[in-house]
Write a protein that binds this ligand. Sequence first.
Ligand SMILES: C[S@@+](CC[C@H](N)C(=O)[O-])C[C@H]1O[C@@H](n2cnc3c(N)ncnc32)[C@H](O)[C@@H]1O
Length: 231
Amino acid sequence: MELVTTADGSKTLYHAGIGEHYHSRHGALQESKHVFLESGLQFFLKRERQQDAVSVLEVGFGTGLNFVLTADYCMQHHIQLDYCGIEAFPLPVETIRQMAYESYVDGAVWNGFIANYEQACRERVQLTARVNLQVAYTEVLNFAVEKTFDVIYFDAFAAVHQPEMWDDRTLAHVTKYLKPGGVFVTYAITGNLKRSMKALGFTIEKAPGAPGKREMLRAVFTGLPASSAAE
Ligand SMILES: C[S@@+](CC[C@H](N)C(=O)[O-])C[C@H]1O[C@@H](n2cnc3c(N)ncnc32)[C@H](O)[C@@H]1O
């Protein structure tokens, strides 16, 4: 695993085995803020109005960049955050520390994350009064919990490297954990992805992409698979 500096100065990792970076080389921080925080979390909160609690499920927890930005935003806005990241290959805490994401978030968020990350990979942990975290150490298709979430951050490696993460089976498995009205965001958009999400009962939207990508996908769960909705 190689530490790489992206165009906005923030760091990412290059996974030689997969042949891909964990984030956009055009800017890890910009991508994370644009795709997940602004187009996902903030879009959901703005639509719900007066929301003082939110739950997020992330597919591909990796370095935790999306998590720390989300936790920081929720702390600043007095929102209770319940965050679950799915990760089949959790990174060592030393690798995460090297990402130096503390420059982008409040010290309490970063220190709480680093101090509790290893425990969060085993069980749900309360990081601050408002934020709890669990990193579900499992292959995505084996992920199982007894609850549903408001927002899904879908941050798998690109389909060209890991097509199985983007197929109908994986998307159906992950999206069954989204509440009706919940929001699914990812950095990419393809014809196959749009078709799969529509068939799963989502209304889809092409949103402007992060730097380096023209468009990204945002999808809102109607609560019914397309086949039932048409009946
Ligand atoms: C694009 S990276 C995620 C970047 C991450 N969100 C971050 O901010 O660092 C994709 C992640 O998916 C994980 N992954 C790959 N295959 C997986 C699988 N089958 N199930 C769960 N996670 C998987 C990888 O280990 C990697 O951490």
